[in-house]
Design a binder for this molecule. Structure first.
Ligand code: ADP
Length: 449
């Protein structure tokens, strides 16, 4: 081997950096390897917040919450298919994880509400923006402060084991150095999910064929193959979080409430094509069937005023507006004359109380007030819930639930924490808590060997 360390961390997202820092702080010599030319993985794209219960930040705002309530919400959100023991760790360590991050310099003072949460518990920087980018920056700065060796453009290829099946290192491929071994008694897999790999996604859930993804290009799941080749069991792989309306311009998920509150969906030809509030899979398939595989959410100021989230989309620049539908059509490449006729027709259906064109069950309001808006949307894959099976010490297990000695996993590469569906704000919480745990356990293990 070219290098010998105590702990190798594969992946430089939130889970990887948390693991590396915590292993270092538990007296381990650490290397992080990252296959991409940039750090941060998907973690740096996270926009929601870091869920945590009964923190000082919540107390300062008189928010009542508890780890038990966060546990209940997380299990319900995951359709009770989560691993209860892992959710217990996520929720009971959440406050500690926020404190760990703030002690390293993070600002998590703004506390907001995310879907599925019964309390405001999504912690984010003052002003509400970019929690993922902030967390990754703070973790990176702290890794640099500790002089942790971070190797970019270096892909983890194969876990090395001795004759008794104990992990002894990893075969990597560096962009310039080629193949070489790094020796260590413990490896932490923190390689993220596979939402960007549509072939893999569609094999597991055929309804998601052709979907784009909000994820970074490295999120293709090769870390899962490395894990499987080392004997790891994968679980919950079929649970993939998708959404019918991802903004094409900004890659953000546009909440269903925009349609629920009255927006219609039209194609480039300016025509409606589906009952806007049908199920997610049907809406997705209908949008993919349109010219350019995308469609436009069309609404005006009465819908905007009914939903404060819309101002966020406007602020992000993904919802351009104009004072007439013809102008809006010209800006966005929609047939403006047809669009004008479609909205007039829709308004007459609203007045009659019945959508005889597409059987839309709710017609909350006519679209005839003030400015008109268009958000171009297409279905997208957001998060993959499944992955390697871990126990409560973040040790990776095989199909017989036996621990693979020296192999640890944390973050989106693992399965079980989020069950069938992840709640917004729980990913950052997951990567910090389990990254930290994996790093600490890996460091302790390597000392014993
Ligand atoms: P998490 O949120 O769980 O920390 P991220 O997606 O943020 O996951 O980060 C995972 C990182 O791991 C990404 O930067 C990705 O490029 C990297 N990665 C994935 N597979 C490999 C691999 N085989 N070798 C090295 N790095 C990898």
């Amino acid at each position: 081997p070219q290098d010998t360390v105590d702990v190798i961390v594969v992946g430089s997202g939130g889970a990887g950096f948390s693991a590396a820092i915590s292993a270092y702080d538990n007296d381990a010599k650490v290397i992080i390897i990252e296959k991409e030319p940039v750090i941060g993985g998907n973690a740096k794209l996270a926009a929601g917040g870091m869920n945590a219960a009964w923190t000082d930040q919540q107390k300062a705002k008189d928010i009542t919450d508890s780890p038990e309530l966060m546990y209940k919400d997380t299990m319900k959100g995951g359709r009770n298919l989560n691993d209860p023991a892992l959710v217990k760790i996520l929720t009971s360590h959440s406050k500690d994880s926020v404190n760990w991050m703030t002690a390293m310099g993070a600002d998590l003072n703004d506390v907001g509400r995310m879907g599925g949460a019964s309390a405001n518990r999504a912690h984010r920087p003052t002003g509400g923006a970019g929690v993922g980018a902030h967390i990754v920056q703070v973790l990176y700065d702290n890794a640099v402060k500790r002089n942790i060796d971070i190797r970019m453009n270096t892909r983890g290829i194969e876990i090395l084991k001795d004759d008794s099946g104990n992990v002894k290192g990893i075969l990597v491929k560096g962009m310039y150095k080629g193949y070489y071994w790094v020796k260590a008694d413990a490896v932490v897999l923190a390689t993220g999910g596979f939402a960007k790999n549509n072939e893999r996604v569609a094999k597991l859930d055929p309804k998601l064929k052709g979907f784009i993804s909000t994820n970074q290009p490295g999120a293709v799941g090769d870390g899962l193959d490395v894990a499987e080749n080392a004997g790891a069991a994968l679980k919950d792989m079929q649970y993939i979080q998708a959404h019918p309306t991802l903004s094409v311009k900004g890659g953000v998920m546009v909440t269903e409430a925009v349609r629920g509150n009255g927006a219609i969906l039209v194609n480039r030809e300016g025509k409606r094509f589906v009952n806007e509030i049908t199920t997610r899979d049907k809406a997705s398939a209908a949008i993919l069937g349109q010219t350019g595989k995308s469609a436009f959410l069309i609404f005006e100021d009465s819908v905007r005023k009914s939903l404060s989230k819309i101002d966020k989309y406007i602020g992000l620049g993904v919802a351009p507006s104009a004072d007439t539908l013809v102008k809006l059509g010209k800006m966005e490449g929609i047939d403006g004359k047809a669009l004008t006729e479609t909205v007039a027709r829709y308004n007459s259906l609203v007045a009659s109380g019945k959508d005889t064109d597409f059987e839309r069950p709710n017609l909350p309001r006519a679209l005839n007030e003030g400015n008109y808006y268009a958000i171009e949307v297409t279905p997208g894959v957001h998060h993959t819930m499944g992955g390697v099976m871990i126990d409560t010490k973040a040790e990776v297990m095989d199909a017989k639930k036996q621990v693979i000695p020296g192999l640890y996993g944390a973050g989106e590469v693992t399965g079980g924490v989020h069950g069938a569906n992840r709640l917004g704000g729980n990913a950052i919480s997951d990567i910090v808590t389990f990254g930290r745990l994996a790093g600490e356990e890996a460091a302790k293990y390597s000392k014993k060997n």
